[in-house]
Write a protein that binds this ligand. Sequence first.
Ligand code: PEP
Ligand code: MG
Length: 590
Amino acid sequence: MPEPTPAEKKPERRLVGVAAAPGVAHGLAFVFLHKSLDVPQYAVSESALAAEEHRFSEALIASRRQISLLRDKVASELGEKEAEIFDSHLMTLDDPALVGETLKMLHAERLNIEHCFRFVTRKYLGFFGRLEDSFVRERAADVRDVAKRVLDNLLGMHGASLSEIADRHIVVAADLSPSDTASIRKDSVLAFVTDSGNRTSHAVIMSRSLRIPAVVGLLEATSLIRPDDDLLVDGYEGVVYVNPSEETLWSYGRVENARSVFRQKMLGETDLPNVTADGLPFVLSANVNGADEMPAVLSCRAQGVGLYRTEEFFFKDTRHLPSEEEQYARYAATVAAAGGEPVVIRTLDVGGDKPHEALFGANFKDPNPFMGLRAVRVCLERPEVFRAQLRAILRAGTSGPVKILVPMIASAEEMLQVRAFMEETKAELRRDGLAFSENIPLGAMLEVPSATLCVDILARHCDFFSIGTNDLVQYLLAVDRGNGRIAHLYEPCNPAILRVLRDTIHTAKRHGVPIGVCGELAGTRTFAPLFLALGADSLSMTPALVPEIRYLLRRTTRAALDELAGRVFSETSPRGIKAVLHAFASERMV
Ligand code: PEP
Ligand code: MG
């Protein structure tokens, strides 16, 4: 662990949140102000006006330098076309209207320059917001980005983009969007600490797949932590120490040591078969966001990809949608890298906590996003987007075994619509003379309660099922999975959840349709044995968790699993259920 040496030792403070991604990290804080900046407003005297102008021009120069650097980096890494967006940012920075009006207001109102600048940019954004035109929307996005950067520079905060973190820091943010997470460089972020969110918010899932420890739902991290505070983040326990004492650091060193010895022991079983102690086979596959994670999938010996979330690629650039060709190249590379193991590609799941500007427009606001325009609903409403993705996936099927998984299915009718659309898309590909796989199984995610209650009906239209516990829990309990304030109510051990899981798996099996689990619970020590006990055919999780779950399941037997199921269902409270599941795991994780 790096040894930051703060100038003077400040008192230790312990903050408790939700353990979101495992690991321990020690480093300095980078406070990332993603949301509305706290811009002060104060009067300035006439004699201070020149100093305010000077601050403004310094902030504009710094912003220009940062944007030019970013432009060059993107041009060399991704090409000139991708870098064009920064040219429009530079033009916005030079916009005489923005700069001129700000200075005019400074002199007329004698208010501090950041207040004037924000006032003027907001006026522009308000005007843009009333226009529908897509060019204007892009201009608005430029102004918003540039305004934020200039304000960051005026206020002396780093907040423009996570991709700009120069060296290894712990990112402290109010919240993180999937596009923030997609923009980070893995080697520059030691850990994430956020005010909002819980284990299953999408940005957190992405951080887990990047193997970056995270503690979320801390509520006040951004107000309690200052830039460059020394932080110790425990992503196993959900604890953050601000300016940890020597004793805390020392005891963490020991705990880390013990953990890493145990991790080596688990890794030692990587090549052993996936069978329980009495020979019952189980399937462990991986959740990924793209081909760059395939080396991790292969090295943990996952049996293919159980969930390929395709959204991350769409979030590399939120202004444009990737073309069919770009998608095809990416999917085909992932499928080829899987070396003959199946890859379950999930169709686009945007909306909810993943709004996408190019799809919905910059000003789109879904009043109730998780219940709104999300996932398959978006695809059916935007056939041209769905068609491009389905064509790309069907074509990638020529590189190896592929299955298509549709998120957020709520009824058999939706599944029938998707099936019909897929058949039309195949006919189109045939007409176009493009090679594709004719026999790609089509499955539904079971993550909306209505779907779990109609598994028998859906079974007629689905080749396989995958339970998305992240959403299923939020919809069954009516607890927003991304809302840190109610994270304590997001309780998978609620008996209602267990009953739904049991009945869903049993019904699918009765109808002869394979069923797996790909939500975060599949990769937990507590639930993985229970899913096996209930009869799930496969468990899919982030590759880093595969060795641990393999180690645990290899130490179970059919009889022990049956007994576990019996005991769990005789409990009536989350507390009792948790105790049974924990005891089962801890007896074996030694
Ligand atoms: C789920 O809901 O459990 C799931 C796997 O999908 P996501 O987390 O991407 O919504
Ligand atoms: Mg889901």
